[in-house]
Ligand binder design. Structure first.
Ligand SMILES: *Cc1c(COP(=O)(O)O)cnc(C)c1O
Length: 509
């Protein structure tokens, strides 16, 4: 972490750019030398077979794939170097709001690598998978306890897929009761996946405006609620970092007209061990194991987005479900005629479940509660330190994250994007920017419970320094980052003409 107190300038070595040594070495693909190899295979001790005989002629290619031909040390240096050009939770604060980029304890990784888990095969049968099934069953139970719900499926591979599962269950529930409901209510501060999940299920989305105070009020919900509404999707705490304090009244209004309440659980970290969505009237929610329960995400994925339900939605859970039989053994129940179907080729991203279970067991219920408390305290501390230097979207106590904006910087011409880019110069991953959409120029900061007081102070000092630069030397901020390998990218071109895979150069013909 660079020293970034007031008056300090960023150090020349920065976490996201490594030591600066060997910067200009060519990338892997440029180093290719015909015939060079980076592997050694033992001599075959079985009779050689013609691959075409085994795979059929169609299964064998006759040209080379055009991959770079390099030695092992070049491959290692390439990937090690790339890893140092990136930001990482293991290098510094990663305050990406709504993403809960908390520290991933290494014991989680150790457990996920135990051969019984890591080498388990989905087709090895229940009797040879008792340990895995028991872990999944217990994790489902722990999530149900944390959330106040009755049943959990671990199948969905991400939060967005958990949402899809939840809305499919809401649709199936109404259908089973012979009702055709066509609309879903979604607040205007919602994550984009919420309206997308509703729309993917064929629902029309009715947007509910957030109040001036950053929360949803019962009146606009009551106005929009009718017999054709299948349910409402709420995020609590919401994406402005504020607790939806009217949720009890809102769930009553929705239930009174036969609708169901979906909770986007991405922000569950703020509630851990303190409050339970099931007690607030929620019928169905998703968890982001890769946020609240510390399994790595972003470039480190994959994710896991379990979906939890109250008992009345249990028949619709994705199939199969993990069950404990009368004799104490574990198995899979696929005899579920009302289930919405399968959402994953197997039982979900099981490695993520092992990490989450390890996290829950190593912290215990008191430890989880302390996570929630510290996450909230840290966000409020940052807000208190920053409120005199940045415009605050909703100036009130927050939960696990706070939303600032660039409103106070406008006369200097410095925008939220510039502040985010300048933070990179100081060795920080930028916060979430321009989200939630209801706050123009939003800078959404989520420190999580992982940061020490000193770490929070360093970050606050850095942001305060950048606010000062914005007024005194705005060009320095507007042209940031100055210290990364790549400066500003052409984001429009990157979005319009993405180059996502490397292709070998085509020989000129
Ligand atoms: C992260 C997030 C999601 C989506 O979760 P993924 O696991 O990224 O699919 C949904 N809603 C909110 C509020 C989120 O922060």
């Amino acid at each position: 972490m660079s020293a970034t107190g007031p008056g300090h300038t960023p150090r020349t070595s920065r976490p996201n750019a490594s030591s600066g040594i060997a910067y200009e070495e060519p990338l892997l693909f440029e180093r290719s030398v015909e015939g060079r190899v980076g592997y050694q295979l033992p001599r075959a001790d079985v009779p050689e077979v013609d691959p075409a005989e085994l795979l059929g002629a169609d299964g064998v290619r006759d040209d080379l794939p055009g991959l770079p031909e390099v030695s092992e040390v070049e491959v290692v240096r390439h990937f090690t170097r790339l890893s140092t050009w990136n930001a990482a939770v293991d290098l510094g604060l990663y305050p990406l709001g709504s993403c809960t980029m908390k520290y991933n304890p290494k014991v989680n990784e150790r457990m996920a690598r135990l051969p019984g888990f890591a080498a388990a095969h989905p087709m090895q049968g229940d009797e040879n998978s008792q340990g895995v099934l028991e872990l999944l069953h217990r994790l489902g139970g722990a999530l149900a306890e944390v959330s106040g719900l009755d049943h959990v499926s671990l199948q969905p591979a991400a939060g967005a897929q958990g949402e899809l599962a939840g809305i499919m269950m809401i649709r199936a529930y109404h259908r089973a009761r012979g009702e055709q409901r066509t609309r879903v209510l979604v607040p205007d501060s919602a994550h984009g996946t919420n309206p997308a999940s509703a729309a993917l299920n064929g629902f029309e989305v009715t947007t509910i405006p957030t109040g001036e105070d950053g929360v949803l009020h019962p009146e606009p919900v009551a106005e929009a609620m009718a017999e054709d509404v299948a349910g409402i999707m709420i995020t609590n705490p919401n994406t402005c970092g504020i607790f939806e304090r009217h949720i009890g009244r809102i769930t009553e209004i929705v239930h009174a007209k036969g609708g169901l309440v979906y909770l986007d659980g991405a922000n569950l970290n703020a509630l851990l061990g303190i409050a339970r969505p099931g007690d607030m009237g929620v019928d169905v929610m998703h968890f982001n194991l890769h946020k609240t329960f510390s399994t790595p995400h972003g470039g480190g994925g994959p994710g896991s987005g379990p979906v939890g339900v109250k008992a009345h939605l249990e028949p619709f859970l994705p199939s199969p479900v993990v069950v404990q039989r009368d004799d104490g053994s574990y198995g899979l129940d696929a005899e579920r005629p009302q289930a919405i179907g399968r959402l994953h080729g197997n039982l979900g991203n099981v490695g993520m479940a092992v990490r989450a279970w390890t996290y829950i067991r190593s912290l215990g219920s008191e430890g989880l509660q302390r996570c929630g408390e510290m996450a909230v305290l840290n966000a409020n501390y940052l807000l208190a330190r920053l409120r005199d230097h940045f415009h605050v979207a909703y100036d009130q106590p927050v939960m696990h994250e706070c939303v600032l904006s660039d409103r106070g910087l406008s006369e200097s011409g410095v925008t939220t994007l510039d502040v985010a880019k300048r933070l990179i110069d100081y060795g920080y991953h930028p916060p979430t920017i321009y989200f939630p959409l209801v706050v123009p120029g939003a800078l959404m900061i989520e420190p999580t419970e992982s940061e020490s007081l000193e770490g929070l102070d360093r970050f606050a000092d850095t942001l305060i320094q950048i606010a000062g630069e914005a007024h005194e030397t705005p060009d320095v901020v507007r042209e940031a980052p100055h210290r990364t390998r790549h400066r500003r990218l052409d984001e429009t071109r990157a979005a319009r003409r993405p180059v996502l895979t490397w292709q070998p150069e085509q020989p000129e013909s």
